[in-house]
Ligand binder design. Sequence first.
Ligand SMILES: Nc1nc2c(ncn2[C@@H]2O[C@H](COP(=O)(O)OP(=O)(O)OP(=O)(O)O)[C@@H](O)[C@H]2O)c(=O)[nH]1
Ligand SMILES: [Mg+2]
Length: 443
Amino acid sequence: MDTIISYSGGSLPCAIGIVRLSGDDAWDIFDKIFTTKNVKEPKKMLYGAALSCDNKVIDRCLAVLFTEKSYTGEKMAEIYCHGSKAVVEELLKAGQQAGARLAIAGEYTKRAFLNGKLDLTSAEAVGDLIHAESLSQAKAAINQLDGGIYNKIIRIYNGVTGLLAHFYAVCDYTDEDIEEWEYEKAVELLTLAQEEINKLHSTFDKGSIIAGGLPCAIIGRPNAGKSSLLNRILGFERAIVTDEEGTTRDTVEGTVNLGGTVLRLVDTAGIREGTSKAEVMGIERSIETAKRARLVICVIDGSNPVTTDDYRSINVAKNAETSILVINKSDRGIRMTDTFGFEKVFYISAETGDGVDELVAYLESLVDYDENETLITNARQAGLLQKAAEAFYDAEISARMGQTADAFLLDAERGLAYLGEIIGKNPTVDVVDEIFSKFCVGK
Ligand SMILES: Nc1nc2c(ncn2[C@@H]2O[C@H](COP(=O)(O)OP(=O)(O)OP(=O)(O)O)[C@@H](O)[C@H]2O)c(=O)[nH]1
Ligand SMILES: [Mg+2]
């Protein structure tokens, strides 16, 4: 492969920058832009000087060479120069003059994939890890990078590949001594494949929360203390709080990293019979926000009797996927004894902070993540898993009904292609390989 060069460090200027080279000529090009008195051997830190296009020393720094066992599966070199714009630009220029070309975004990881160092799910995990904002996101990405998803999918993929190879071998090579083909066995295997795919797919629910954060709406009647609660959880005055009803007219968002998981809180306009055009529109927006949220926090002023507006909010909350009741203003004394059928109820004071820790601990617990858990965090993978399960279901039905081989094959191959798309494998090639290696056709 041709040799690529790029700056791979943080935004400049910074203390240390990294210039990377990868490709057949990486070491030769490195020789022209880095000089050292050390013996140039791989995996050893070299101390020396980075050189400009006209062979002048522009930095004194460190570098490392890698053999084809590198990240990309090619010869590589990394120069840890000072993170100065001038130094980095000159090094990139010198590298290009010596025969490298500038890498395009993601090209190192693409090469790692093409050279079989990473499967597609692991390659995607690299991007997720780089963009992780919370500890849970990073943990889920490293699990995926280490093959968590790949290992689960490849087992199913290999199972179905073997099944199809067997089918073709029986049909096409009748003289060979091959185990008899039975549709019952195919049904068994395809049922198991669907079960495993569905199990993996079901982790997307939690995975999407880990990846994108937990969308959480705070609703309630005006003056219940919604904005006060938002500010209390965020730890700063994000929303305006006044003692006038209808202070918040639009949604106000705030993001907080709770115990390693991102919570996307949305404070909303107090729900009541609207008084002005803007307020009515704001209230409609509150109801929409509650519908889209994964969790609705319904806030009630517990120091006052319940009102019809409280019931409006309670009804909206009850229609949500998950909702909890927060009875606020406990510092004024709670008069509210009813819990309106909510399973989870918290008594707090957004003003003094009393009881808020318990509420926050509960929110954290909703997205507890154990690093050994493999989660589907990306919609592409989830979509393909679903399609694969559907295709295997169709194949299973065809096999059960003893329909023509064509119908069964078409669906099973379609399912395999979807799985292949997730991990970056080509089922046509793999089925043929399997026919030859396992069934020794042609010997
Ligand atoms: N004593 C006491 N007062 C509170 C508490 N929470 C909020 N308040 C007060 O209640 C009033 C309304 O608070 P907000 O947070 O603005 O209420 P809201 O639900 O956002 O109201 P709207 O934006 O109008 O819908 C303010 O005067 C707050 O200081 C609490 O726990 N105890
Ligand atoms: Mg408000």
